[in-house]
Write a protein that binds this ligand. Structure first.
Ligand code: PLP
Length: 402
């Protein structure tokens, strides 16, 4: 069980499970049966593979980053999920789940979103496949992420601002679950990361595992060998588990996740759930959670909206506990450094989420034996983050164009 295979009860070791209200149990059980049947059905697979190829643009390239490699002192390969349609890996998941929803006879799709990226990816898949889309989003996030609200609306989605609590992601999550309980007959809940009650962490992993499957084959073809490590940033954990999964039974390959350290772990303003959280229940699963002494969920902080989540997918909790994967932390400042590095050395503007990986690479390389290459999941492109990055860089340098 060291490799993260899910047990029948939907547990990864001590983590995971389904901590949801009685009324939702039939829905998650129905989903569990339906997704297994779908993924085992050649007709469904064929339809999904066709969309991944022609619509999403898979397989994405595995690119040898020569100048970054010289900087790091070890070969670095980038798995280019930034080249997926919509500019990140999230669409791999939403196209699969919306296709599954329609197969289950559910045409109303709900989702929750923090920064809006998962909302946009869900709205995209719904427009593609002709499903109705409603997205819950904290009112504070609606204000902060206006361009993504416009994108969702253009794509035909209805956005519900959530006014309760801190008016951010965790409140939107609660509202989406409430909607699902009420409308479960004809509504499908499209979860945005490898988190949530069983079977979502496994379902989302299966839909994202194509990242690592492609990368492993591409790397073997290009170099004839496996990498020393695969590396990915961790918010809820979907791009990381998607990258890790194909390598889980290669003991020579280190699996390394990078969490958002925000203003530093000592400041308390971070999103380093695996490094600093305590075991608890969030979003229907037992996992590591950022919480205060009284067990109240605390706000996560990161300059990158996509890592700003107070929980983490339960399989990562298990991979950490079992020692199969390890998790590092990069601060906002280190993420900015990584952002600039990739721009200057490779001509690639990376998402701020992904940027957390790059500044740590020289340090990570030193901890690994041998001289094998590093494979990094470049989870998304950074066009969406230009304003944020320039604001921080301006603040850091005293002026914008130093
Ligand atoms: C949303 C997002 C993430 C974080 O989500 P995971 O589920 O942890 O992968 C990382 N990178 C990008 C580009 C994102 O949009």
């Amino acid at each position: 069980m060291l490799t993260g295979a899910v047990e029948p009860a939907g547990r990864f070791g001590d983590f995971g499970g389904r901590y949801v209200s009685e009324t939702l149990i039939p829905a998650v059980e129905e989903l569990d049966v339906a997704y297994r049947a779908a993924l085992a059905d050649p007709a469904f697979r064929g339809q999904l593979d066709g969309l991944l190829k022609d619509y999403v643009g898979r397989p994405t390239p595995l690119y040898f980053a020569a100048r970054l490699s010289a900087h790091v002192g070890r070969d670095v390969w980038l798995k280019r999920e930034d080249l997926c349609h919509t500019g990140a890996h999230k669409v791999n998941n939403t196209v699969g789940q919306v296709l599954l929803a329609l197969r289950m006879g559910k045409r109303r799709i709900i989702a929750e979103t923090g920064a809006g990226q998962h909302g946009v990816a869900t709205a995209t898949a719904c427009a593609l496949l002709g499903a109705q889309c409603e997205v819950y989003m904290g009112a504070e996030d609606v204000r902060r992420q206006a361009p993504n609200v416009s994108r969702m609306q253009l794509l035909g989605a209805k956005v519900h601002p959530v006014e309760s609590g801190s008016r951010t992601l965790k409140d939107a999550m609660n509202e989406a679950l409430r909607d699902w309980v009420t409308n479960v007959e004809h509504t499908y809940y499209c979860v945005g990361s490898a988190a949530g009650p069983h079977p979502y962490p496994t379902l989302v992993r299966e839909l994202q595992a194509i990242i690592g499957r492609e990368a492993r084959a591409q790397l073997l073809e290009a170099t004839g060998a496996l990498p020393a490590a695969v590396i990915a940033c961790v918010g809820g954990g979907s791009n990381a588990i998607g990258m890790f999964h194909a390598f889980r039974e290669d003991p020579s390959v280190a699996l390394i996740g990078v969490e958002a350290g925000g203003l530093g772990l000592a400041s308390g303003k971070h999103a380093a759930t695996l490094s600093m959280g305590k075991v608890g229940v969030l979003h229907g699963a037992k996992t590591y959670v950022l919480q205060d002494e009284g067990g109240q969920i605390t706000e996560a902080h990161s300059m990158s909206a996509g890592l700003d989540y107070p929980g983490v997918g339960p399989e990562h909790a298990f991979l950490k506990a079992s020692g199969r994967a390890r998790y590092e932390v990069a601060t906002d400042a280190e993420a900015l450094e990584g952002f600039k590095l990739l721009c200057a050395l490779e001509g690639i503007i990376p998402a701020l989420e992904t940027s957390h990986c790059f500044a740590l690479l020289p340090r990570i390389a030193e901890t690994l034996e041998g001289s094998g290459p590093l494979a990094v999941c470049l989870s998304g492109r950074g066009d969406k983050d230009l304003d944020t990055a320039l604001e921080y860089l301006g603040a850091a340098s005293g002026k914008l164009h130093a």
